[in-house]
Write a protein that binds this ligand. Structure first.
Ligand code: 5RP
Length: 222
C-alpha cells in the first residue's frame, strides 16, 4: 500500500474516533501537512455537527474554511477537546518530531491547549530513536547565527531552510546528524537557547494517542 493510502486510512480512523464526540460547542484543533489535510477533507463531511476549529497554520485555516468549517482564534476559545495532527517522526513513547511544514510553534501551542492529542502518521514515520529526520527549530531572524553556533555545541548540524518564513515571521534551522537519545532533556535544552522560539521535539507534551498506518492496518497506540 502506498504512503498516501496509509495517510488516508489514519485520517479516516481519526474521524471515526472523533466524530461521536462532535456536538454544538465542540472546537477541534487541526494540524498542518498532507496527512492533516486528508483529515480536514474528511471533516468537511461532518462540518454541520460541531462549532469549528483552531488551525495550526494559515494553510490549514484556508483549507478548513473551504469546507465551511469556521476557524477561531485560539484566544477566543477556552477549550479544545481534540487536536489532530501528523508528524515527521514518532517513537514508542509517542514522542514526535514535527515542523517539516514549518508550523511547529503553532502546532505546539494548540497541542498544549488540547485535552487530547491524536497523532496520525503512516508507518514510514516510526523510528526507534528520534533524529533521522532533521529537527526543525524556529528562530528569531536576528538570532539565527547565535542559535546555530549553540546547536553545533550540542552536536547537531544546523542548516537554514532557504526561502521559508514561518507564519510568525521567523526562520527555520533544520538540525541534521542529531540522534536524540533523550528527547525530554533535549527539547528543554534547545528551548533554553536565547533566540529560539520553539523546536520540533514534542516530548514534554507527546501525543496521547498515535494512529499508525501500516500495511496490516491501523495500529492504535496509547
Ligand atoms: C508540519 C508538520 C507535519 O505534521 C509533518 O511535517 C508531517 O507532514 P505530512 O503529514 O505531510 O507527512 O509537523 O509542520
Amino acid at each position: 500500500m502506498d504512503q498516501d493510502s496509509l495517510k488516508l486510512k489514519v485520517a479516516r480512523a481519526a474521524l471515526d474516533i472523533v466524530q461521536p464526540g462532535l456536538e454544538s460547542g465542540t472546537v477541534l484543533g487541526i494540524g498542518t501537512g498532507s496527512t492533516a489535510n486528508m483529515f480536514i477533507d474528511l471533516l468537511g463531511e461532518v462540518a454541520h455537527l460541531f462549532d469549528g476549529a483552531v488551525a495550526s497554520s494559515e494553510a490549514s485555516a484556508e483549507r478548513l474554511k473551504s469546507h465551511n468549517i469556521p476557524v477561531y482564534d485560539l484566544n477566543a476559545v477556552d477549550r479544545i477537546s481534540v487536536y489532530v495532527d501528523g508528524a515527521d517522526e514518532c517513537n514508542e513513547a509517542l514522542q514526535l518530531i514535527k515542523g517539516g511544514g514549518a508550523a511547529l510553534t503553532r502546532e505546539k501551542i494548540v497541542a498544549a491547549v488540547a485535552k487530547e492529542f491524536i497523532c496520525i502518521a503512516d508507518e514510514s514515520k516510526w523510528v526507534p530513536v528520534l533524529g533521522a529526520f532533521p529537527l526543525p527549530v524556529e528562530v528569531i531572524p536576528m538570532a539565527r547565527s547565535h542559535v546555530a553556533r549553540e546547536i553545533v555545541k550540542l552536536g547537531g548540524d544546523p542548516i537554514l531552510r532557504e526561502g521559508v518564513v514561518t507564519d510568525n515571521g521567523n526562520v527555520i534551522l533544520d538540525v541534521y546528524n542529531f540522534s536524540i537519545a533523550q528527547p525530554l532533556a533535549m527539547e528543554a535544552r534547545i528551548n533554553g537557547i536565547v533566540g529560539v522560539v520553539c523546536n520540533g521535539l514534542f516530548a514534554l507534551r507527546p501525543a496521547d494517542r498515535l494512529l499508525l498506518g501500516t500495511a496490516d492496518g491501523v495500529r492504535d497506540l496509547r
